[in-house]
Write a protein that binds this ligand. Structure first.
Ligand code: MGD
Ligand code: SF4
Length: 741
C-alpha cells in the first residue's frame, strides 16, 4: 500500500506569485486591458490598429462563466477582445480563451446555411436549403411525432446561455425532457451534495472568496489549467499574498506548482483523505465550535462516524504521509474560518461515491465555518428580472430519464437517462432529439450507445455554429449566429453584488446564420405556439423585460452590464446566515439521504486498482480550450499543445517510450485509440496517465481540429453511475500503452 510513497508529497516554501507557469496565467496576464482605463483608441503615443474600431460591450460564450467583454471591431472584423472593466466577473481581464472569440466568429468552417441530410445518418452529407424549408421540415416531423407519441416524445439537449429560447419553446410544446450534460456528466454530484448539506449549491460561477482566504485546498481542481477567469484572478491574488495553498492531485498540476504542499494522492481515494481531515479537526478540537453549535445538526453522529479514520488509516489508502495529512488539517483549522476547500466543478469521477465525496468536502467546509464567512464561500445577491409575460406552459408527463426510485436526488433530468429512454422506450417513447450547443457524441460517455440511440430516432435537429460530430448525424442543421453576432436573453448574475448583463452583436450574422431568438420564434410560430413568442423582435423583447425589471436598456447596451447595489455577502459584512434545508441547519448527517436508503454520512469505498500492465485514465481541461467547443478555433490553436498523453517517466522507461513518441491506448474492454504523442514527465504518478479532454475530432467539416489528438471518450467504455443523482463516473477506465511502429 505504501509503495507509491516513493513519489513523496512535496512541501514548498511559500513564494510570491510570478505568473502561473506553462503559458497559462502568463497568457492571461497578457490580456490585461490597461488601455481600457485610459479610454479606447491608441495607447499613450502608440498606434494600435486593433483598438481603432468600434467597441461593443457584450458577454463571452467560449465557456459558461459569462464574463463581460469588449469586442473591438474594424471593417466587420473582430480585431481584439478584452475584459470589460465594468463587469464583476472579468474586471478588465479575460482568460486566454475569451480573447480568442474572433477565431470562432471568423472560423472558415462555420455553418452558414440551413442543411437537410441527404445521405445516411452520420455520413455528413447534406444539401443547403432555405430557412423556410428547414423549419417547415422540422415542424412537419414534430407534428407527426406529437400525433403518434405525444409531445413528450421530443427531448432537448442543451448547453450555453443561448439555449434559453429553445428551453422556452419546448416547455411551451409540452415536454419535460430537457437535459444538459453539464449536470450528470459534470457538476451534478457537487450541486446535490452542497444542496443536501447547506440547502444551496455553490453556484455557477462558484461564490468562493478565494482572494480573501488564508488557506485554500484544491482537491482535483486544477485552477490555472481550468481557466475560469474570476477564480483564476482571485487565485493569483491569493498566491501573490502568500496564502497557504494545499493541492491534492495525482498530477503535479500548474496549481500544485504554486502550492505549499502538494499531496499526490492515489486516484479514487480522496474520500479517505477527507474523512481523515475531518477526524483530525474534530479529535483535536480545531473546528469552528461555536459556528457548528449554532448552525449545524448531526455533529455527534459525525464525530462517532469519523473516529476510526485516523491519518494512519487514510495513509494506507491514499499513499500519502500521515504526518502531512495531520499537519495540513491543522493548517486549515488554524486559518478557519478564512479557509476553504474548493467544492470542485467536474465532479463525476468514480460514480458510486461522487456525491458522498462532495458531501465530505461540504462537511469539511462546514467544520471550517467557510459557508458565509470572509475567505470562505460568500452568499450571493441576485437582481430581480421580470419575465416577458407569456401563457403558462402546458402540463407534461415527468421526464423519461429515470425509472421510479432511480437517482432520487437528481436536480435536473439526466442526459444519459434520456438516451436510455430513447433506446428502450421506457417509460415512454422518445423519438426526436433537438440538440442545442452540445456535441453529444463527445460529451456523453459510451459513444456507441449515443450513436445507437440516434439511429433509432425519427428526427434529430442540431443547432450549432460549426459542423461538430453531432451535426454530422442530424437530419436538419440550423446554423446559429455566433455569440459575437447575436442578442441573447438578459443574463442575470448572482455574485457579491447582483448584476444583469446583455449579450449583443458586434458583427452581423455570418452568411445565412440566424440568432437563436429568431429561430425559436419562427419555429414556435410554425408549431402553433405563437402566443409564447408575442414579441415583435428582440428589441421589443428586451425593452419590455427591462421596463418590467426597472433596468435601462440604453445603459445596458452602452455598458454591457448593470451592477446592483452593495449588499452583505459574509457574516463579517453583517449577513445573517440561514440555511434552506429541512432542519434549517447545516445538515452534517443527512436524514434525507438516510430516508432513501443511502449513507447519511460519507463512507469510503476503495476503488479497484489498475490491472497489471494498465494505467488509470485521467482526463481534464487544457487552459486554452473548452471541451471540444474551441478545438477548431485557429486563434486558440496557436496557444495550445494540449493533445499529448502524460506518462510518468519511470513507467515510460519501463515501456521504452520516449518523449514525443506516438502510442495507442487500449482499454480494459479492448477499445483502441488513435495514435497520440506522449509527454514523458515526472509530474504524474506512475499508476495513471492524463489526457486533455476535447480533442480527437473526426467530423470532416472541422478542417482545423480534425485528426488532432485523441478523444478520451473513446476510452471511456465503462461508466459507474452515482446512485444518489445519476452522474456518470468516467475515471474507472484503465489503459495499456502500445508503441506505434
Ligand atoms: P462541447 O464539447 O464544447 O461541450 O460538453 P458539451 O456541452 O458538448 O460542445 C459544444 C458544442 O456547442 C459544439 O458543437 C460547439 O460547436 C457548439 N457551440 C459553441 N458555441 C455555440 C453557440 O453559440 N450556439 C450553438 N448553437 N452552438 C454552439 C461539455 C460537457 O461534457 C461538460 S459541461 C462536462 S464538464 C463534461 N466534461 C467531460 C470531460 O471532461 N470528459 C469527458 N470524457 N466527457 C465529458 N463530458 C461532459
Ligand atoms: Fe470567456 Fe474565459 Fe470568461 Fe469563460 S472564463 S466566459 S472563456 S473569458
Amino acid at each position: 500500500m505504501h509503495r507509491a510513497r516513493g513519489m513523496n508529497a512535496l512541501t514548498f516554501s511559500r513564494r510570491r506569485f510570478l505568473g502561473v507557469g506553462a503559458g497559462t496565467m502568463a497568457a492571461m496576464a497578457a490580456t490585461q486591458a490597461d488601455s481600457v482605463f485610459r479610454g479606447y483608441g491608441a495607447h499613450a503615443g502608440v498606434h494600435d490598429p486593433c483598438t481603432d474600431g468600434r467597441v461593443v460591450r457584450t458577454v463571452c460564450e467560449l465557456c459558461f462563466w459569462k464574463c463581460g467583454i469588449q469586442a473591438h471591431v474594424l471593417n466587420n472584423h473582430v480585431t481584439k477582445i478584452q475584459g470589460s472593466p465594468l463587469h464583476p466577473l472579468s474586471l478588465g481581464r479575460l482568460c486566454p480563451r475569451g480573447t480568442g472569440g474572433g477565431g470562432l466568429a471568423h472560423d472558415p468552417d462555420r455553418l452558414v446555411r440551413p442543411l437537410v441530410r441527404v445521405g445516411p445518418r452520420g455520413s455528413e452529407r447534406f444539401e443547403a436549403v432555405s430557412w423556410e424549408v428547414a423549419l417547415g421540415t422540422i415542424a412537419e416531423k414534430l407534428e407527426v411525432i406529437r400525433r403518434r407519441h405525444g409531445p413528450e416524445a421530443v427531448a432537448m439537449f442543451n448547453h450555453g446561455a443561448g439555449a434559453s429560447w429553445f428551453k422556452h419553446l419546448f416547455r411551451a410544446w409540452g415536454t419535460n425532457n430537457i437535459a444538459a450534460p453539464s449536470f450528470a456528466q459534470c457538476r451534478g454530484p457537487r450541486d446535490v451534495a452542497f444542496d443536501l448539506t447547506f440547502g444551496a449549491e455553490p453556484g455557477s460561477p462558484e461564490t468562493l472568496d478565494i482572494a480573501a482566504s488564508d488557506c485554500l485546498v484544491l482537491i482535483g481542481s486544477h485552477l490555472g489549467e481550468n481557466m475560469h477567469n474570476t477564480q483564476v484572478q482571485e487565485f493569483a491574488d491569493f498566491v501573490a499574498k502568500g496564502g497557504d495553498l494545499i493541492v491534492v492531485d495525482p498530477r503535479f498540476s500548474v496549481a500544485a506548482s504554486k502550492a505549499r504542499t502538494w499531496l499526490p494522492i492515489r486516484p479514487g481515494t480522496d474520500t479517505a483523505l477527507l474523512l481523515a481531515w475531518i477526524h483530525v479537526l474534530i479529535t483535536e478540537g480545531r473546528y469552528q465550535r461555536e459556528y457548528i453549535e449554532r448552525y449545524a445538526q448531526g455533529f455527534d453522529e459525525l464525530a462517532r462516524h469519523v473516529a476510526p479514520f485516523t491519518p494512519e488509516w487514510a495513509a494506507a489508502e491514499t499513499s500519502l504521509d500521515p504526518e502531512l495529512i495531520r499537519s495540513t488539517a491543522r493548517r486549515m483549522g488554524a486559518a478557519a474560518p478564512a479557509a476553504l476547500v474548493h467544492p470542485g466543478r467536474h465532479a463525476t469521477w468514480y460514480g458510486a461515491d461522487d456525491t458522498q465525496r462532495s458531501r465530505a468536502i461540504a462537511i469539511l467546509d462546514a467544520l471550517l465555518g467557510a459557508w458565509g464567512h470572509r475567505g470562505g464561500i460568500f452568499v450571493p445577491a441576485g437582481m430581480r428580472l421580470a419575465p416577458y409575460p407569456t401563457p403558462p406552459y402546458p402540463s407534461a408527463r415527468p421526464a423519461a430519464d429515470r425509472r421510479p426510485d432511480e437517482a432520487p436526488f437528481a436536480l435536473e433530468p439526466i442526459a444519459q437517462g434520456l438516451r436510455r429512454a430513447t433506446l428502450d422506450s421506457d417509460p415512454y417513447p422518445v423519438k426526436a432529439w433537438f440538440v442545442y450547443g452540445t456535441n453529444l457524441i463527445q460529451s456523453l460517455p459510451q459513444k456507441a450507445e449515443t450513436i445507437r440511440a440516434i439511429q433509432s430516432l425519427d428526427l434529430l435537429v442540431a443547432v450549432d455554429v460549426i459542423p461538430a460530430e453531432i451535426v454530422g448525424y442530424a437530419d436538419v442543421v440550423l446554423p446559429e449566429a455566433s455569440y459575437l453576432e447575436r442578442y441573447d436573453d438578459l443574463i442575470g448574475l448572482s455574485w457579491r453584488r447582483g448584476a444583469v448583463a446583455l449579450r449583443q452583436p458586434a458583427l452581423p450574422p455570418l452568411g445565412d446564420s440566424k440568432p437563436g431568438w429568431w429561430i425559436a420564434k419562427k419555429l414556435g410560430e410554425r408549431l402553433g405556439l405563437g402566443a409564447y413568442f408575442p414579441w415583435r423582435d428582440i428589441d421589443d423583447y428586451l425593452e419590455e423585460r427591462c421596463r418590467r425589471s426597472n433596468l435601462d436598456l440604453a445603459t445596458l447596451k452602452r455598458d454591457g452590464v448593470i451592477v446592483g447595489p452593495e449588499r452583505a455577502s459574509t457574516v463579517e459584512e453583517g449577513l445573517a446566515l440561514s440555511f434552506h434545508t429541512p432542519s434549517a441547519k447545516i445538515e452534517l448527517s443527512s436524514e434525507r439521504l438516510r430516508e432513501r436508503g443511502f449513507d447519511a454520512l460519507p463512507v469510503y469505498r476503495r476503488p479497484a486498482d489498475p490491472p497489471a500492465g494498465f494505467f488509470r485514465l485521467l482526463y481534464g481541461r487544457a487552459p486554452a480550450q473548452t471541451f471540444g467547443r474551441t478545438a477548431n478555433n485557429r486563434q486558440l490553436g496557436e496557444l495550445t499543445h494540449g493533445d499529448r498523453l502524460w506518462l510518468n517517466a519511470s513507467a515510460a522507461a519501463r515501456l521504452g517510450v520516449r518523449n514525443g513518441d506516438r502510442v495507442r491506448m487500449v482499454n480494459q474492454d479492448g477499445a483502441r485509440s488513435e495514435p497520440v504523442a506522449v509527454k514523458v514527465t515526472e509530474r504524474i504518478r506512475a499508476d495513471c496517465v492524463f489526457l486533455p479532454h476535447g480533442w480527437g475530432h473526426t467530423a470532416r467539416g472541422l478542417r482545423y481540429a480534425r485528426g488532432k489528438g485523441v478523444d478520451d471518450g473513446d476510452m471511456i467504455t465503462r461508466v459507474d453511475v452515482d446512485p444518489v443523482m445519476g452522474g456518470t463516473g468516467m475515471r474507472g477506465n484503465f489503459v495499456s500503452i502500445q508503441r506505434e511502429g
